[in-house]
Design a protein around this ligand. Structure first.
Ligand code: PLP
Length: 1017
């Protein structure tokens, strides 16, 4: 062991010069240098080189001196680029000389090259300089890998592993508070750090990269010009190298941890540090300072004249006191991230788990936040009255302002986003402990603003960890910390701030909460720290941080660290990302632009149109992150953006898309699969791009097959948008802009069982309605004509979700066929298993048409359509004119069509449609029992109609009421439509994946809406 109290050598300058000349052959000018234990001289040789002559303390054992020279020799070989002193051998050829001191003691003497540069201690410590310092140390230690020497295995007070010995020196510190600080850190070292040190990597390290031993280039202060003084080198834990460099380089800087981050990042870039090393770095920096200040205190009396010892004492104490106020976990997070590690182990995995699983979370509010109309609370604007009033501790007035604003903007849920820069945090508690002179201004929670009393529920299972009241003004008020340990995810914590105090009496630490259990309610200003009522919800990936250690607001400079430690809780709370970021034009801009450059009669839903930006299953998400349950759009048959369809589409689109002139597997595979779903002789398929195109093709087939033009359609039918189909659509030609019925078109009564004349016997209704078709055939006959086609939707939809009376199509098809016509089923809306019991709605009537046209749901949103007919009709159509359709039947569309069929079959969506449809019918019928206005509830599978009447006897259509219900449902986040000649039938066509929760929500909204609309009436 080195005797630290042994006096330093005391050779005169002249004696030193003599040693230089006699032992090393160097002559020149000499100047003494400061040294703690040895005696150092600078010698500027006459031939223009500079050296350091080191006369080693006589107490230094020989193996120590040998170790130093071996180390320098090792670096000479393995790190010739490194700016470290180079050995000048003695005239004997040996690295060390030996001289006798005045008292007869022998001193080892070494000569090394002088490194040119300015001590870092005297220069500005920029992040670049510190980063380069870290790099140089990393290079040095990498070069030192594998080097060992007996002299390196020494016991030494400056060995960080021996930092615990500082406890013996604490007594020399005068101030009691300072002593307490040291004891605290020493306790922590003994308890948490020392036991972990033996498992860390150990190596020979420089161990004293203090800011006087680090030289920088005066002309480029970012460049490290030299690292000197290997006198403290030893075999210790590798991370001590970084800790020592940090302890001195971060003295007197505004942002010590940021500065340490630069050093450790630089080191790590050259020599990768392990997580367990970085995890101890903050403590080891502190311990280096503890060693330093206690050492100074102990020796202050004895060596008061030795300035070297005291050089960093006052700044070291300042730094120690600052570090003492920092949370080690938070500081470590900064250092970990600087090395490219998760700020906390598992941080990223937690965020991923939440994103992957949040669909199955329970709602945090009684109504899921995704379903509420949301708006951003203006705390990001320092001038906003709400901000000014809140910062000025006038929460009641701020609440008044917000309530008025939210009411005006129809905001049900105010959002305070994560990361927002805020000026409201005015208290001293918001001063940064990390960066001198700065404040914490970035919001690290997610705020949900709703009225005081709003109940809050845990989305996943939890254990109550803390329940407390923070009294500080602009603090949290009642605060709850929960811990979550979901399967497959590292544990994490959530913080629930600004609650009503009732939670304190109700929740107990250790208590288990199940997903969906009540946590508390939003508190009023008197309970919530003096704020507009809201919840501050925050995640912490570090469960060890106490509620009050979790930073609710953070320093902008460390936002990337806080982002990992305290990730945005938006996904945890189930908020769609659109809540926070809008792209593209605003709704009003789009409306204006549509008016100016699109057809003015292009149809648009709702007086206040919605801009949807995303679809997901049964949900459509608008541009402000509000999710609507889609019970109307039957095109996205399997739900919006169904992954199987998206994959099939993108995969095939990435390979090939051509047309039917070339051979491809997809079209035949798809035709096989599609025709297999159809009964009878319906075995020839062809493909098109829209329902209209399919119906037009059907008309060409009809003409080719029957030689006739005449068509019988049902009243109020719609079959497509081309002129020839408008001519077959009473819904169009009889209404505004329509030109009336053309002579080749014959209209049969809509076979509406609900509106059948009261005196028709129930079992005769089909027959009576069929008579209307017979009449049309008779009137054709009178004109010497016959029917070419009877065209009908298998469940007339535009006419008001009309379900044909049993036996109707059987009678009609027989009549039409007897008169030489063919029968076509328009399954554009109702096909593909929507009715549940069958693939095709016509099957429920026990008939087989000659032609079936399909569209809408066929491609789950991809524009495609199909016509399937019999061999006989196909043969007639094959009249010599070649058939070609540029897009119809292309490989991409067929891949999509196949995916749709696959999913319907694989997931038994027909079974689901039937079950959900029956459930809805039952529930709607229960409502019908309570609401006189519900005249009829009808449906099959997921094709449903609710007819509203003002009087059940007269069946007077309740058109206005239907409009109100439709709008009321939209306001409550459910999309449906109204239909029928009087627009009094609520039309529902939810996607085939509609589940029980979706159905229950639909019912809940229907109940609420009916109650509200009826109360208003
Ligand atoms: C029953 C029916 N047939 C045909 C069509 C026309 O289909 P598309 O709009 O794809 O041309 C529609 C469209 O609403 C329809 O409802």
């Amino acid at each position: 062991m080195i005797d630290l109290s042994h006096p330093a050598p005391s050779f005169s300058d002249a004696e030193a010069l003599t040693i230089a000349r006699e032992h090393f052959g160097i002559e020149g000018r000499i100047s003494p240098l400061a040294s703690e234990r040895d005696q150092n001289f600078k010698i500027d040789s006459n031939d223009g080189h500079s050296f350091i002559l080191k006369i080693v303390n006589a107490s230094e054992p020989r193996d120590q001196s040998d170790f130093q020279t071996a180390l320098l020799e090792h670096l000479e070989k393995h790190a010739c680029e490194l700016a470290v002193p180079r050995l000048r051998r003695a005239l004997t050829g040996l690295a060390l000389a030996s001289v006798e001191g005045p008292s007869g003691e022998l001193h080892a003497v070494r000569m090394v090259s002088w490194q040119i540069g300015e001590p870092l201690a005297t220069m500005e410590r920029t992040p670049a300089t510190l980063g380069n310092l870290g790099k140089v140390l990393g290079e040095l230690d990498r070069a030192m890998q594998g080097f060992i020497h007996a002299g390196a295995l020494r016991t030494f007070d400056w060995d960080i592993r021996a930092a615990g010995l500082s406890r013996q020196r604490v007594q020399y510190v005068n101030d009691a508070a300072d002593r307490a600080l040291l004891e605290r850190w020493l306790d922590r070292f003994d308890r948490d750090v020392a036991p972990r040190l033996p498992a860390l990597r150990a190596a020979v390290i420089h161990n004293d990269a203090n800011d006087w031993n680090v030289l920088v280039d005066a002309s480029d202060p970012t460049r490290i010009a030299g690292l000197i003084d290997f006198g403290d080198a030893l075999h210790s834990v590798l991370i001590a190298e970084v800790a020592v460099a940090c302890a001195y380089s971060i003295l007197e800087v505004e942002d010590p941890i940021g500065a340490a981050g630069s050093i450790v990042a630089g080191f790590n870039a050259q020599y990768s540090l392990l997580e367990e090393e970085v995890d101890l770095l903050f403590d080891l920096i502190v311990m280096r300072l503890v060693i330093s200040v206690t050492m100074s205190a102990q020796r202050s009396d004895k060596t008061a004249e030795n300035p070297y010892l005291q050089v960093s004492e006052a700044p070291a104490w300042n730094l120690l006191r600052r570090l003492d106020r920092m949370n080690p976990g938070l500081a470590t997070a900064i250092l970990r991230q600087a090395c490219g590690y998760d700020a906390f182990p598992g941080a990223k995995a937690i965020v991923r788990w939440i994103e992957d699983n949040n669909k199955s979370f329970r709602s945090i509010l009684a109504t899921h936040p995704a379903r509420l109309a949301k708006g951003i609370v203006p705390y990001g604007d320092p001038q906003n009255p709400m901000t000014v009033l809140s910062a000025g501790k006038e929460p009641e007035k701020a609440t008044e302002w917000w309530d008025a604003y939210a009411g005006d903007q129809k905001i049900a849920l105010g959002i305070g986003p994560w990361g927002e820069e805020r000026s409201v945090y005015t208290g001293t508690m918001f001063e940064s402990r990390f960066i001198a002179g700065t404040r914490r201004t970035r919001h690290l929670g997610l705020d949900l603003f709703m009225p005081a009393g709003t109940k809050l529920y845990t989305p996943i299972d939890a254990v109550v960890s803390e329940v407390m009241i923070e009294e500080d003004p602009l603090g949290y008020g009642c605060l709850v910390k929960l811990e979550h340990r979901p399967e497959g995810c590292p544990p994490f914590a959530t913080l629930w701030g600004h609650l009503a105090h009732e939670a304190v009496g109700r929740l107990r630490p250790g208590e288990k909460l199940a997903a969906g259990d009540l946590i508390g309610e939003m508190g009023g200003p008197s309970e919530n720290g003096g704020w507009v009522p809201h919840l501050h919800l925050q995640l912490s990936v570090d469960t060890q941080l106490a509620a009050m250690e979790i930073l609710g607001v953070g320093e902008p400079a460390f936002l990337p660290v806080w982002a990992e430690l305290f990730p945005d809780a938006a996904a945890f709370a189930g908020l769609p990302p659109e809540t926070f970021e809008q792209s593209g034009r605003s709704r009003s801009e789009i409306v204006a632009e549509r008016k100016s450059i699109l057809l003015p009669n292009l149809s648009i839903s709702y007086a206040e149109p919605i801009k949807f930006v995303r679809g997901e299953g049964a949900w459509l998400i608008d541009d402000r992150g509000r999710a609507y349950l889609d019970c109307f759009n039957n095109v996205c048959h399997l739900g919006h953006a169904h992954p199987d369809v998206v994959e099939a589409l993108s995969k095939q689109a990435g390979i090939l898309n051509t047309n039917t002139r070339y051979l491809h597997d997809n079209i035949v595979d798809y035709a096989e699969r599609l025709t297999a779903t159809l009964p009878g002789d319906l075995c020839v398929a062809t493909f098109a791009c829209s329902g209209s195109e399919a119906n037009s093709l059907m008309l060409r087939m009809m003409r080719a097959h029957t030689g006739r033009e005449e068509a019988i359609v049902l009243d109020w039918a719609y079959h497509g948008t081309t002129q020839e189909l408008i001519d077959l659509s009473p819904y169009k030609y009889k209404r505004k802009g329509g030109k009336g019925r053309k002579s080749h078109v014959y209209e049969a009564n809509i076979p509406d069982t609900y509106r059948a004349p009261a005196d028709w016997p129930a079992d005769k209704i089909a027959q009576r309605y069929a008579e209307s078709v017979a009449e049309q055939i008779a009137s054709m006959r009178k004109a010497g004509k016959g029917p070419g086609v009877f065209l009908a939707e298998s469940i007339p939809s535009v006419a008001g979700q009309v379900f044909l009376p049993e036996g109707y199509l059987r009678e009609v098809y027989a009549m039409v066929r007897a008169a030489g016509g063919i029968c076509a089923a328009d399954e554009v809306q109702v096909g593909f298993g929507r009715v549940g019991s069958h693939w095709w709605a016509f099957e429920t009537q026990g008939v087989v048409p000659d032609i079936v046209t399909m569209g809408k749901p066929i491609g789950n949103g991809h524009p495609m359509a199909a016509v399937v007919t019999t061999r006989e009709v196909a043969a007639s159509f094959n009249n010599g004119m070649e058939y070609f359709n540029t897009f119809g039947g292309n490989p991409v569309s067929c891949a999509v069509g196949l995916a749709v069929l696959d999913v319907i079959e694989r997931d038994d969506l027909r079974g689901n449609a039937l079950a959900m449809g029956n459930y809805l019918l039952e529930r709607f019928r229960a409502m019908q029992a309570r609401y006189e206005v519900i005249g009829d509830v009808r449906g099959q599978g997921l094709f449903l109609g609710i007819e509203l009447v003002t009087d059940r006897k007269t069946k007077q259509p309740a058109t206005e009421l239907a409009r109100k219900i439709n709008n009321g449902a939209r306001e409550r986040g459910v999309l449906m439509g109204t239909e029928g000649p009087h627009d009094n039938v609520l039309k529902l066509r939810p996607p085939m994946i509609f589940n029980r929760a979706n159905a229950d929500l639909l019912i809940e909204v229907m109940e609420e809406t009916f109650a509200a609309v009826m109360a208003e009436a």
